[in-house]
Design a binder for this molecule. Structure first.
Ligand SMILES: [Zn+2]
Length: 561
């Protein structure tokens, strides 16, 4: 209160110069008396606020004589509202010092509030690297997230998540991925109140996808009005040919050898010979078990057998990798497709993945002798007019092996030559004999329906995306059909993304779907073909073999009991 007292002393002093009688009596001056009012108001304001306010540090330091512990604040030091010396001070009894506890207490509360808001997604998402660290509703981001990754979103990029905590560890989470760089999707999972463990994520249908094209594995799309899930499919669907085999026949064979390692009861291989450069031409057999039972011959019970060649033209790389993806899915993901599961459980598929290994190694369409293996077959060789058809029919060891397949597999129901093309349709099926053409037409219609629904942009709605042809030029299918009278077809898969909007993964899926549809239709016709009447007794079987089969089944039945 020194300021108010001083103001009174000044206004009502006895002499003109305070304390000096010789200066004469002082008459109170009105302006000095009026100045007392603002001083009183200033101090009353400070009392009301609990603190004294000063425009700058110098003014505060001039105010001494207040009680120890009194608070003050400086609000405009150096004439600036943002001066670093602005803030709260306390009086020690002899001087002013900064009172950090006043501002910091409030600051910590505000920081905590900011964190809560930030974790709630306002305005940024919280970084998480383990799903199981997320225990609150919020907005999250992160890549390569660990913990319960099966079926989960591939990343936590821009994931809005609802967490409902139950009793104990029981909890439920609903997550929705909204990033524009990933397919939108929704997932749910729950945590057990008993074990305290989270279950795996399960995706729920995305309502926006009306085609399979562009939808990632594990997410859903609408197919003929029903929700379907894109299965977890082969890693080869998204790998470049360079990453898969880098123009190395040995590296490509190693991919198929992995099937033997992983599925030794299902996949086997043998060499059918070597080319002029010491490269093996290998045949891989994917053999489903035959139906058990007795009283019939092995031939009667045998599953339909399909023989297929690939890698005749090594420059058709998308087909080479797409076909590898088909076999990978056949081995690993067959449960997710009725076509694959039928072929896996009820068919024998013999496949020669590299009919031109020297061409694979040199990254050329022709083999190491400069010959187009696919134009070196015997049927109509003289008229095929290919400049690289070779010096004579079957001059190449590769084409000799291809031509020998009907003799090696007389029991096969169809022979398939698998290629790629650069045309503007997806899958093209070639056939020469009537039974083959019947199958080609039906398969093409089925495939047209499937590809149109699942993959093709609507802009092409009035054209077919599949095709059939007579394969008039000599090649493996003509050789098998015209020389050996075998049911034989040519499959040509799209090599490029001529159809706008098709991703590499979708192009490979189209390739695998075309191969699957053709092989399945060949299997279905053979497996379901009926015997022509009049009906007769089934041929007699080997009595001893039948007896052993009978005994084995009875022993198994006993063990089962
Ligand atoms: Zn070709």
């Amino acid at each position: 209160m020194g300021q108010i007292a001083d103001s009174f002393v000044q206004a009502f002093r006895d002499y003109v110069v305070n304390g000096v009688p010789a200066s004469g009596r002082n008459e109170p001056n009105k302006s000095e008396i009026r100045a007392i009012g603002p001083a009183i108001e200033f101090q009353l304001g400070a009392i009301t606020a609990g603190v004294s306010r000063y425009p700058n540090v110098a003014a505060m330091n001039a105010a001494i004589g207040v009680e120890a512990g009194h608070l003050a604040y400086v609000y405009r030091n150096n004439g600036s509202a943002s001066d670093s010396a602005n803030g709260y001070y306390q009086y020690t009894g002899s001087a002013w010092e900064i009172a950090p506890w006043v501002g910091n207490g409030v600051g910590a509360d505000i920081a905590s509030l900011n964190e809560i808001l930030e974790n709630a997604g306002i305005p940024t998402a919280k970084q998480e690297l383990n799903w199981n660290d997320i225990t609150a509703t919020g907005f999250y981001r992160g890549s390569s997230v660990t913990g319960q990754t099966t079926g989960a979103p591939t990343t936590a990029a821009y994931l809005t998540l609802l967490h409902i905590q139950g009793q104990g560890t029981a909890a439920f989470q609903l997550a929705s991925q909204t990033s524009t760089s990933d397919s939108a999707g929704r997932w749910v999972r729950s945590r057990s109140a008993v074990s305290g463990e989270w279950g795996e994520w399960a995706s729920i249908a995305a309502t926006s996808a009306i085609k399979r094209a562009g939808v990632a594995s594990g997410l859903s799309y609408l197919d003929n009005g029903m929700y379907r899930k894109v299965p977890q499919d082969s890693i080869y669907h998204t790998m470049s040919s360079g990453d898969v085999y880098a123009n190395s026949a040995a590296a490509l064979y190693a991919r198929y050898d992995q099937f033997i390692t992983d599925f030794p009861d299902y996949v086997t291989k043998r060499s059918l010979g070597q080319d002029d450069f010491g490269n093996d031409i290998l045949e891989y057999t994917f053999a489903a078990p035959t139906i058990r039972g007795y009283g019939y011959t092995p031939e009667q019970k045998a599953n339909p057998k399909i023989v297929m060649t690939g890698g005749v033209h090594p420059d058709e790389k998308n087909t080479i990798v797409g076909t590898l993806a088909f076999f990978d899915d056949l081995c690993r993901n067959h449960q997710q497709s009725s076509i694959l599961s039928q072929l896996r459980r009820s068919c024998t598929i013999v496949f020669l993945p590299i009919c031109n290994p020297s061409g694979v190694n040199s990254n050329t369409r022709v083999n190491g002798n400069g010959v187009n293996v696919g134009r070196n077959l015997s049927w109509d060789w003289a008229n095929n007019n290919a400049p690289d058809r070779g010096p004579s029919p079957l001059s190449e060891k590769e084409s000799v092996i291809i031509a020998s397949l009907p003799a090696l597999h007389p029991d096969a129901c169809i022979f398939v030559d698998n290629h790629g093309h650069a045309g503007s349709h997806f899958t093209w099926i070639g056939a020469r004999l009537t039974q083959s053409l019947d199958m080609a037409l039906h398969t093409s219609r089925l495939l047209e329906n499937k590809l149109r629904r699942q993959f093709v942009p609507a802009v092409y709605d009035n054209e077919t995306v599949t095709a059939v042809t007579t394969t008039a030029i000599g090649g493996p299918p003509s050789e098998w059909a015209m020389v050996h009278n075998k049911n034989a077809i040519l499959i040509e898969n799209a090599e490029n993304r001529a159809w706008a909007g098709i991703s590499l993964a979708d192009l490979r899926r189209v390739t695998a779907a075309g191969i699957g549809e053709c092989l399945f239709e060949a299997w279905r016709r053979k497996s379901s073909e009926g015997s022509a009447g009049p009906y007769t007794l089934v041929d007699a079987v080997d009595a001893q073999a039948s007896l052993i089969d009978d005994l084995l089944m009875r022993v198994e039945a006993l063990e089962a009991d």
